[in-house]
Design a protein around this ligand. Structure first.
Ligand SMILES: *[C@@H]1O[C@H](CO)[C@@H](O)[C@H](O)[C@H]1NC(C)=O
Ligand SMILES: *[C@@H]1O[C@H](CO)[C@@H](O)[C@H](O)[C@H]1NC(C)=O
Ligand SMILES: *[C@@H]1O[C@H](CO)[C@@H](O)[C@H](O)[C@H]1NC(C)=O
Length: 278
């Protein structure tokens, strides 16, 4: 899920830290920029109900839950600016209802669902990265499987982030939250989603932050690949890249099932025809 391009840079630092003392990467922004909060973040109570909707939102009414979350897929794009604002996303509660059974399947039971939900809401509240974005990335990366193995380059945990802590069955609640913090705030190895979203140029010296421009879909692209080289989010180094489109589709209710993936192959002008859909 993460590009191997990072490995040579960061391997020496890729040590898992004890998750009780969270340390982010570099200058470590602790919150989303104020202007981006206004545009991209709602606040939620402990149950996931919206408490504050940012001012520029045209409508406080979320779209209806799709009747078949398996077959949702959005073909917008390919440029970041073509992607819709947050009022086109389902509400957090709707998304949670859609993804809850997927998380349950991934863990062989619902024993971690409440811990995952409350950790998402807590990290969203602290970072002002909308809880829906955090949920979408978790689902994309791990389907909510707390025990997921590390993949190439020490990408670990629920958000499959480089250098992230892993699940600890002796401290499920604490380790679940720590995995989410690592993905959002970053680890000593790499910045987290928050730094990409903020376009922190001091942390992202190798990234063209102009291309991110405070856009969560562009930030998701960088979260996945480690860089961004074009306004065209469906391409990465000349190869097709569907990560940002998958994230949008999840925000609109896709549950990650194969039908939606097959649908993405039919999107015109995105270059997803050859994508593998297992
Ligand atoms: C959360 O939901 C529970 C059960 O539906 C309810 O009792 C409680 O008051 C809610 N809490 C908030 C903060 O809305
Ligand atoms: C969750 O991850 C563990 C560890 O890699 C794996 O054994 C298990 O099969 C996964 N669960 C699912 C449903 O894929
Ligand atoms: C965007 O990238 C995809 C995948 O490489 C490509 O198929 C498509 O033609 C590109 N679109 C534009 C407008 O550059």
């Amino acid at each position: 899920m993460r590009s191997s391009r990072y490995i040579s840079f960061f391997l020496p630092f890729a040590l898992a830290l004890p998750f009780t003392t969270h340390q982010g990467y570099g200058t470590s922004s602790t919150q989303l920029r104020e202007d981006l909060q206004q545009k991209w973040c709602n606040d939620y109570d402990k149950n996931g109900s919206v408490t504050t909707v940012s001012l520029d939102q045209a409508s406080t009414i979320a779209p209806e839950t799709p009747s078949d979350p398996a077959s949702v897929y959005s073909c917008v794009g390919p440029k970041a600016e073509d992607f819709p604002g947050k009022d086109a996303w389902l509400g957090f509660k709707q998304l949670w209802t859609i993804n809850q059974p997927v998380i349950e399947t991934a863990n062989g039971g619902n024993q971690y669902n409440d811990d995952i939900k409350s950790a998402i809401l807590e990290v969203a509240d602290g970072s002002k990265v909308d809880a829906r974005l955090i949920l979408a990335i978790i689902m994309q990366e791990s389907s909510g499987n707390v025990s997921i193995q590390c993949t190439e380059g020490n990408a670990c945990g629920l958000m499959q982030h480089r250098g992230s802590v892993q699940f600890d069955s002796s401290q499920p609640k604490t380790s679940i939250k720590a995995m989410i913090e690592d993905g959002v705030y970053g680890t000593l190895s790499v910045p987290g989603f928050l730094s990409y979203f903020n376009g922190d140029s001091s942390d992202l010296t190798w990234v063209n932050t102009q291309l991110i421009n405070g856009n969560p879909y562009a930030a998701a692209h960088v979260y996945n690949t480690g860089h961004i080289d074009s306004e065209n989010l469906s391409t990465d180094n000349g190869q097709s890249n569907y990560y940002a489109h998958d994230i949008l589709s999840r925000l609109q209710g896709w549950n990650g099932w194969q039908v939606g993936c097959l649908k993405s192959r039919e999107c015109a002008g995105l270059g997803f025809e050859g994508r593998s859909c297992r």
